[in-house]
Design a protein around this ligand. Structure first.
Ligand code: SAM
Length: 264
């Protein structure tokens, strides 16, 4: 029990209780009065309250009805707009007329990857995002080619510049998770000409296939896309593995394929 609320595992509820960590997150977000900020999963308000101290108004997206009832009691509706429901289905585009969005959250870890992919669809509307996630996930997000580098790294680094800001130990939460967490800053990249995937669905499919079996050579995982001949034509060794390719290499391969389908 924490503040009279039984934490629900299915909603990934680990409430922040460390004033030092809360302060560091708010300082990193650096909210200013006119900003349009959306908090995902406000829970018992550990971040909501200090955010509202610096903002005129805040949007939150929360799925747990009991927590929503607490938030309604605690914060006036003209300062806190509560969007009741699943953040995975929330249309962040509905807030675009309010200006560029700053999105913040100590995210439910059980849905972190699908949520990051959902948010990527709105990257054009966002100025920056700050999230608490499992440290292991943040390490994969920011990884350079090699060890932790994978589909999540490529797909997110294509859209964002990302920085791991600091590590947060389990004792900063109630209940304490089993693993370390970390706070990441994500800023949508201004992608230059030649760096944009012409067909983003094709780019995503290619990246997924390349990492489908990490240990396998690209000539095998990318067979359906032309395998060896595609790779050789782009000066990439067919025996290479996905984890050695830069984000720009995946974009280049996807764009060659996109151009081929267009001329067919
Ligand atoms: N922000 C609070 C804090 O730092 O103490 C709570 C963080 S807790 C890790 C995650 C929060 O996300 C919970 O309030 C949970 O109910 C909410 N949540 C879980 N799944 C959600 C979903 N699909 N959509 C919106 N909120 C969700």
């Amino acid at each position: 029990m924490y503040q009279g609320h039984q934490a629900r595992k299915r909603f990934g509820q680990n409430f922040l209780v460390s004033p030092g960590v809360i302060r560091k997150i708010i300082d990193a977000v650096a909210p200013r009065p006119g900003d349009t900020v959306v908090e995902i999963g406000p829970g018992l308000g550990a971040l909501t309250e200090p955010l509202l101290e610096r903002l005129d108004h805040l949007h939150v997206v929360e799925i747990d009805r009991d927590l929503i009832a607490c938030l309604r009691e605690r914060f006036p509706a003209e300062r806190l707009t509560i969007h009741e429901g699943d953040a995975l289905e929330f249309d962040f585009g509905a807030l675009k007329s309010d200006g560029p969005l700053k999105i913040v959250g100590n995210l439910p870890y059980n849905i972190s990857s699908p949520l990051l992919f959902h948010l990527a669809e709105y990257a054009d509307l966002v100025s920056e995002m700050h999230f608490m996630l499992q440290k292991e996930v943040v390490d994969r997000m920011v990884a350079a080619p090699g060890g932790d580098y994978g589909r999540l790294s490529v797909m997110l680094q294509y859209r964002y510049s990302m920085e791991r800001l600091f590590i947060v130990p389990p004792g900063s939460f109630n209940p304490a998770p089993k693993v370390d967490s970390a706070v990441v800053r994500m800023i949508p990249r201004k992608v230059g000409a030649g760096e944009t995937a012409l067909d983003e669905t094709l780019f995503a499919r290619l990246v997924q296939a390349a990492f489908s079996q990490r240990r396998k050579m690209l000539r095998n995982t990318l067979k359906e896309f032309g395998g060896e001949s595609l790779l050789e034509a782009q000066g990439i060794a067919p025996t290479a593995r996905a984890e050695t390719l830069a984000v720009a290499d995946f974009v280049r391969l996807a764009n060659v394929l996109a151009a081929q389908t267009q001329t067919k």
